[in-house]
Design a protein around this ligand. Structure first.
Ligand SMILES: [Zn+2]
Length: 271
C-alpha cells in the first residue's frame, strides 16, 4: 500500500536531463497530475533496471516518493516502450515533436486528462505505423482545445458576423476566424480557405482516429501547417527545436506524407 509519502501515476516521458554522473531528471506528462519533474536515481548506472523504463517517450506506471525538492521515482513498470515507433527516424522525430509541444505548452501542477489521452492516442497511432502530417495537425489543434485555447471557428471573432463559405481569415492573436471585412484590420490574420475551415471544424468534433481519416492534399496540408505554426508561435512565444528538425528532415529526405486527393473537404460534411 502506498503511504502518504508515496503515490502512483501513469505517464509518458516527455523530457530528460542528466544530473551528476548517474541520475536523470525525468519530466512525465501524467494522466493524474499533468506534468511532473522527478528524479530517477541511478538511471544512468550500467545495468540499472530503472534506466530503460524512464527512456524518452516511454509510457509506464511510476511509483513516486514525495520529497522537499524534486520527488523520486522509486519504481517503474513499462506499459509501452513504443519500440516500433522508435525504430523509424521519421516517426521518432514526430513523436519527439509531440512530446516537446506537450512539455512546452503545459505547466506543472495543472492536471489535464484530455491532453494525456490525446498524447497517448497519437503515440499509439504512430507506433502502429500511422504517422503523417495529418496526425501532427490534428494533435496541434486538439491540444489547443484541451488547453482552453480552441480557435473560434463559427463566427467572426471581431464583429460576430456569421461566416460565409468564402475565403476568410484566421488570427492566432484574436483566437479565431475573421470575416473578409475584418481580416485586413488584423496584422497576423492569414487567409483561411473554405476547405481548411471545414477540415478544422471536422477535426475538432471527431476523435483522433476519425480525424486522421480525412484526406488532405499537399496545398491544403501546407495551409493547415501555416495556421498551426502561427498558433504555436502565439501560444509558446518561441520556436520548437523538434519542429525545425522535422522541417529539415522532410526537406532533406523528401519525406512527404499526406496521402490523398484534392476532394477532401468536399467529403467532410459541413456543420
Ligand atoms: Zn468580422
Amino acid at each position: 500500500m502506498a503511504g502518504s509519502r508515496e503515490y502512483e501515476v501513469e505517464g509518458i516521458v516527455v523530457r530528460h536531463a542528466v544530473v551528476g554522473e548517474r541520475d536523470r531528471i525525468v519530466t512525465l506528462f501524467t494522466a493524474e497530475e499533468g506534468k511532473l519533474a522527478l528524479v530517477a536515481r541511478g538511471a544512468l548506472r550500467p545495468g540499472s533496471t530503472l534506466g530503460p523504463r524512464v527512456d524518452m517517450l516511454s509510457h509506464g506506471r511510476f511509483r513516486c516518493v514525495r520529497r522537499r525538492s524534486l520527488d523520486l521515482i522509486a519504481e517503474a513498470v513499462t506499459l509501452s516502450s513504443f519500440g516500433r515507433l522508435k525504430s523509424d527516424l521519421w516517426r521518432m522525430s514526430c513523436a519527439l515533436y509531440l512530446a516537446e509541444l506537450t512539455d512546452a505548452s503545459t505547466a506543472e501542477g495543472s492536471p489535464n486528462r484530455s491532453l494525456f489521452d490525446l498524447l497517448l492516442a497519437a503515440m499509439s497511432r504512430m507506433d502502429s505505423g500511422e504517422c503523417d502530417d495529418r496526425l501532427l495537425r490534428v494533435f496541434e489543434l486538439q491540444l489547443l482545445e484541451t488547453l482552453g485555447f480552441c480557435p473560434s471557428l463559427r463566427r467572426c471573432v471581431n464583429c460576430g458576423a456569421e461566416l460565409r463559405p468564402i475565403e476568410n481569415g484566421l488570427s492566432a492573436t484574436l483566437g479565431g476566424v475573421l470575416c473578409p471585412d475584418c481580416t485586413p484590420r488584423c496584422p497576423d490574420a492569414r487567409p483561411l480557405s473554405v476547405d481548411a475551415l471545414k477540415v478544422m471544424r471536422f477535426w475538432l468534433s471527431h476523435s483522433l482516429d476519425a480525424a486522421c481519416r480525412v484526406k488532405v492534399d499537399v496545398a491544403l496540408g501546407s495551409e493547415l501547417e501555416g495556421h498551426a505554426v502561427s498558433f504555436s508561435r502565439w501560444l509558446l512565444q518561441k520556436e520548437l527545436k523538434s519542429r525545425e528538425w522535422l522541417s529539415r528532415l522532410r526537406s532533406e529526405t523528401s519525406l512527404t506524407t499526406p496521402g490523398g486527393d484534392s476532394t477532401i473537404a468536399r467529403r467532410v460534411e459541413s456543420e
